[in-house]
Design a protein around this ligand. Structure first.
Ligand code: ADP
Ligand code: MG
Length: 288
């Protein structure tokens, strides 16, 4: 492109127009386009590429593992999870506007982090903002913020994310519970901004991660009020994959079937409240 126009487009921060101007102007001259067609073509390219760059920025800031997508998640390995329900959460993102939550329960290795990451990627593709963080790390960050009298500021910074994924709630340490920052985060986002939580312990054991029983009930109450609960009580996917690699093909099939059936009774159901499989749950208790 000629020097002056080049400079103008740099100044206006229109990199795509700058890159395509020569080619499209030449085509326009050759084919005798009306002026508005040329302008439209150039700016349409600029808008499309901006959107692509924006989504890419959102993907980087999300800290999601890049290869944990819904497309690589084998739903047949987790019969208790409805693929249609997960796909509906990925396709219709209005639940984020209501601040609805997603809670995933199951023992280690069953694909909780993979599934919620896949959903996170789909939401980013749909133009939303997501942050994936280990729950204990975030609690530590918020505790430091509280000590420095910056907690409100730190919570407000998390507001830019439509979905905050707290991975491995059960690994929050007892001594971390004492400052109640996790509860404040949950209360702050309640009915405004969505939270997703993965946990390998049922609600009844969440007393370990909150200060006391009343606070645990109040936190669970807020989380389940508008939530989709996904129970993943199967055998570890990794362990099954390892077994499958070792055993002859025929035996593997039998082993897998047995394991899946047996594990339906595995002690990881998130308490009675989750037996109801409707997406929106009633609060399990009234908070004061
Ligand atoms: P969890 O968070 O429940 O401990 P992960 O999501 O970390 O489990 O899964 C453990 C490993 O197994 C990961 O590498 C994950 O990609 C893989 N995995 C688990 N479940 C599935 C599945 N249903 N389909 C594909 N990969 C899976
Ligand atoms: Mg995990």
């Amino acid at each position: 492109m000629e020097g002056r126009l080049d400079l103008i487009l740099t100044d206006l921060r229109l990199p795509t127009v700058k890159r395509l101007a020569l080619e499209l102007c030449t085509q326009s001259d050759r084919e005798g386009w009306p002026g508005n067609r040329l302008l439209e073509a150039l700016f349409e390219h600029e808008i499309n590429e901006r959107e692509v760059r924006r989504i890419e920025r959102h993907r980087i800031e999300s800290a999601l593992t890049s290869d944990k997508r819904l497309s690589s998640f084998d739903f047949s390995a987790v019969p208790s999870v409805s693929k249609a329900q997960v796909m509906a959460l990925a396709a219709g993102t209005e639940w984020l506007d209501r601040g609805a939550n997603v809670l995933l329960f199951g023992p280690p290795g069953v694909g909780k982090s993979h599934l919620i990451s896949g959903l996170g990627h789909a939401l980013i593709d749909a133009g939303r903002r997501v942050l994936f963080v280990r729950c204990s790390e975030l609690v530590q960050r918020l505790q430091t913020a509280r000590r420095d009298l910056r907690l409100a500021h730190e919570l407000a910074k998390l507001d830019r994310f439509d979905l905050l994924v707290l991975d491995d709630l059960s690994y929050v340490r007892r001594d971390q519970a004492e400052t109640s920052v996790l509860f404040e985060l949950i209360a702050e986002r309640y009915e405004r901004k969505s939270i997703a939580i993965t946990a390998n312990t049922p609600f009844s054991q969440w007393g370990e991660v909150f200060v006391d029983a009343a606070m645990t009930v109040a936190a669970v109450d807020r989380l389940v009020h508008h939530s989709t609960i996904l129970e993943m009580n199967v055998q570890s996917y990794r362990r099954r994959a390892a077994q499958a690699a070792q055993a002859p093909a025929k035996r593997v099939r039998a082993t897998t079937t047995t394991a899946t059936t047996l594990d339906k009774t595995a002690p990881c159901a998130p308490d009675d409240v989750t037996r109801d499989e409707t997406p929106s749950h009633q609060p399990i208790a009234n908070n004061q």
